[in-house]
Design a protein around this ligand. Sequence first.
Ligand code: SF4
Length: 491
Amino acid sequence: MDQHIVAGFGGIYSSYTVHEIKKTVAPEAIKLFFVDLFSDVSDEPLYLNNAQFMSDVASKLEIELVNVDVSKSSEKKLDTILTDNLAAKLSSFAEQITEMYEDLSKVTVHFPATPLCLKGQNRICVESVENEWADTYEVRALFEKLLPQVNVVFSLEGLDEKVNIKEEIQDKWEVELPRSERKRVHIAMFSGGAGSAYVAYYMVQAYGKENCKLFFTNTLWEDEDNLRFMDEVSEYVGLEITEILDGRTPEEVFFDMRYLGNSRLAKCSEELKVRQTLVYLEELRDNEQVEPILYFGIAPHEKHRRDDSHVKRKNNIIEENSADMNIRKAAGIRSFYAHFPLEPIETRFPLIETLREDVDAKGIIQFEWGISLPRMYTAAIEAAEVDGNILAQKLVEKGINGFSHANCGGRCVRGGFQHYATLFAIWPDQYQEQEDMENRFREHFEKNVSILKKDGGPYTLKQYREDMEANGVEKYLFQPDDTIPCVCSFS
Ligand code: SF4
């Protein structure tokens, strides 16, 4: 009897290959060989359930499962452009077949491959670990060298594009997909930043709006023009905003925590943004059985940009010890989402890793999309032109057009001296609001605490305002802060 072996790499394509050949071949003539490509070479827990998935599929389709012993790799040097890992494991696979079958001429090996109709499409369905070895011809060439007697085929190549493999496995077979095979949902973290608006656009172009979300955690301190900007971007990109709300303002968080946020510790960000985001993502996983991928609009810092905008960036440049503070911040975000959620969540930074370095998100949004930036980015220009504010004119002359980030209406407790001097110069009423907020906290808890610190001790916004009034604001406007903006500034 002819024998059929399906090469299973833990994904949907090998599973569906078994299903397809079962239409014409008796189950006893089919075996599913699981070749574990990942768990010994990757720390990614993403691959942990692939073995379980293969076992569930075999039992559902009533096919014998054979686990290939990938530790028994051949020492033989293989002439191939495939990775060493893939080549060695294919060689173990070939050896095990040789040991199990006497007449190899009666054996057909079915490799999983992306169906031709899905290649190049941005359908979620094509995201599978079995896409990761894209060069099927090289796989065939190597395997034919290793086992010239067997017949090698790619049985899914002609699959009808209407078949939704993942849905069928989940809903009809009732087999739970492993994380590596779950539907991906691409989520742009968005709070009115120009970079994140551009990244959302890029994400939708790449994956289709049906697979994407625009995610906004509202702190209730947002400037109203940010909300206008977000609505316009949402309409342009074609994605509704998914808004999540804790319901408290940062001030209410400070009171609840009995701790006034400052440049070192901002509980408001943790409570109103990070916690809300994590809860939302876990619910997505539990309720919709999807795997989120988060997108951030962080760009390399201007002064660290290299003049290589004509080439694509490498993937491995997000490093914690980068000279670029923004890249360090991205590394921190990546590490956070790799460790804090119940299971790690993938993070992507297209402006650093994928897109050309010289993307001028602000210019594109204004002049190509026709959307005005949030007024916080241009507040100095407006104050200079409309109100004739002399300090604002000086800021604009020095290239400072507004606030460096657009969150919390200029009242970010992680802002430093320059930030608050700018706020005082351009939006004195907002400065006063923040000064009053600080006072309320100090009086309520009878604590000598403050948002800013000077000489290692408290230095209130009232003191700072009085100093600015006595010495002239200008003295404080042009001394760059060395504080690191919070994660809020990158969404
Ligand atoms: S932007 Fe600043 S004030 Fe607002 S939530 Fe983030 S850390 Fe807190």
